[in-house]
Design a binder for this molecule. Sequence first.
Ligand code: ADP
Length: 799
Amino acid sequence: MDELAFEDFLLEEKRKELEKLAREEAERERQAEEQRRREAEEAAKEADRLQARAETERRRELLPQLMENAVRSLDKVWYVEPSEFKGKDLIRLYYNKSSGPLTNAEEIWIHGGYNKWKDGLSIVKKLNKPVVEGDDWWYTDVVVPEQAFVLDWVFADGPPQNAIVYDNNSNQDFHAIVTIPDEKYWVELEQLIYQKLQEERKLREEAIHAKAENTAKMKAETKERTLKGFLLSQKHIVYTEPLDVQAGSTVTVFYNPSNTNLNGKPEVWFRCSFNRWSHRNGPLPPQRMLPAENGTHVKATVKVPLDAYMMDFVFSESKDGGVFDNKFGLDYHIPVFGGIVKESPLHIIHIAVEMAPIAKVGGLGDVVTGLSRAVQDLSHNVDIILPKYDCLNLSNVKDFNFHKSYFWGGTEIKVWHGKVEGLSVYFLEPQNGFFWVGCVYGRNNDAERFGFFCHAALEFLLQSGFHPDIIHCHDWSSAPVAWLFKENYAHYGLSKAQVVFTIHNLEFGAHFIAKAMKYSDKATTVSPTYSREIAGHPAVAPNLHKFHGIINGIDPDIWDPYNDNFIPVPYTSENVVEGKRAAKQALQERLGLKQADLPLVGIITRLTHQKGIHLIKHAIWRTLECGGQVVLLGSAPDHRIQNDFQNLANQLHSSHSDHARLCLSYDEPLSHLIYAGADFILVPSIFEPCGLTQLTAMRYGSIPVVRKTGGLYDTVFDVDHDKDRAQTQGLEPNGFSFDGADAGGVDYALNRAISAWYDGRDLFNSLCKRVMEQDWSWNRPALDYLELYHAARKAASNS
Ligand code: ADP
């Protein structure tokens, strides 16, 4: 056995050992899960038992009230044969017709119920005439309700609708004792209630379990598909055979230099290593790539070590280097499956001033939560540092506790810790009151307050001995983290950390953003197109070499038409037509629109100039001209715009009350119903860094109609024009889009969209199904961010 073979032998032994450990761990987890299930079942049984007892007790206490005024007969008025009876018995009730107001009635009816009319009128019968001529005792046979303790009734001269004269015992009604329950009755009743509760609980739990399993299955399938897509997304440049790279196997890497900066080079050299360039054997010797059979690609073959979890490579024009293709500084990485070593998790800390759903103002808050959850799901460690606003929505924070307190900046800072959506969050509460102002933004010292927060957050990390790999800050509000860190902290205990900075909207605080761009190790914005649109901006331009566009995702749990309490019928892409039909009906009913099968355009937006107000107005009129319905849900921070839309709403609600509804408020539940009930969601923004509305629309099977800008351009592919562009993303076209910022542009997209609806519903429905099956969650963006985090670390270790 040579040295390499011996190493492999040892690794193979280690693999077997690890597999055994994994099996044992899985068995322990199974047993713990079984134990948890048993405990939960016991607790549920106990709860049902208590409920059954309470219910029995309640009925027992009510009994004297029920039996009040109940007798076994009323002399000369009524009696029962047999005189003692119980539930389910057949009894004969006699009534003396001449005893009261019905003396002269032609017919006698009983209108009865039981237990103080518990179920209302449940016994209605006509009485028979007496057997003996001249006798006054009329009678009827009645089956006693099973649960009755007391029978209640009145007599009348006809059935309920026709009766005119009643004998209701001078407004007291008649009450007969059925049975006075004994102790055994109560014991049996309690048992019966308990069994019923158990059965109901079982059915409920089975339904919830089945649904949760289905949801988890769909989620896992989507994630798997997206990872495959991620691996294939480079196919025009690089791919492997087989596509799934297994540790210990041999793979061939195919590379097409004609699509890269190595185009036309006579030679291509393949430089590869493993485990993010940290493998114990170091990089493999450079390998000259050979022509592949397909004529376009060149290829190289590699043996993947048993202890690999990641394959890393770049390409160069010669053995010694020269010109490189390193994927714009990110390098090429392909995950390796089945290895005996797992990638050690990164520790990422977000310092941010917004976080959904506890302190959300806009998209920034959604990104912090969504990105963190997705990265944590990929087995990395994430913490978030947030100001402790007095206006925090604490009901969404679990295990909220005081953590510690420290002094900095001339004040005491209390630190609280809690879990939000499964994420660990530290809340900083400076006792100078900077965040006791009832809002997130909007004070004239916002910059001072947030600057203080950024500095205090870094101080907290240092004093608490954190050693994060990445500190991620966002927009102007936590931009100071970048330079405060580099100037004051990078050389001390936090030296391992790299700073990543994300621009969510360049409209605000460009000066701060420019400075953070300069100091951060990597910078991103929320879509590739927006990154190009702002590339020339003086705040961005000097640092393009470290600047990347990564699209945002939506949270697939918050936005899930299969598990959504705000819509009438749960649906997936399988029953999208049925689900959306029910939602449209519910929406029309709720807003008082005509209940008809018409194309419905939804608009859900902040009403600001960024969102294309004049285009929104035009689209409303255009949709109405096409015979469609429009629902707008929007709120305007500027009261002039709000008034303007209020006037439009008044006008439309009188001229087109069947077809248009403008809801000028912020209403999240209603937004869910609009996403589900609309056929189209219109987003005609003038600029849009990413945009979440079009993504949510697709999750609910609504077709986006958008202006081609920023993230809207990167996520919506026009049915008529973008087939090829979609294909490069591994997608099919999914909507309608337009270029200009005028009425003609909107018309061009909207006319085609509405025509598609009228022209062929089968085709339109298949488009709805298709957009639902596209994955706009954080699955893919999280992989891109991880690439970036790793690239930041590699750049640091090289420098
Ligand atoms: P921005 O962050 O610029 O407002 P995005 O498209 O990124 O735009 O995010 C907007 C989010 O706010 C979406 O989730 C949308 O559903 C929601 N939203 C906007 N206006 C309203 C409203 N009036 N009521 C409820 N939700 C709204």
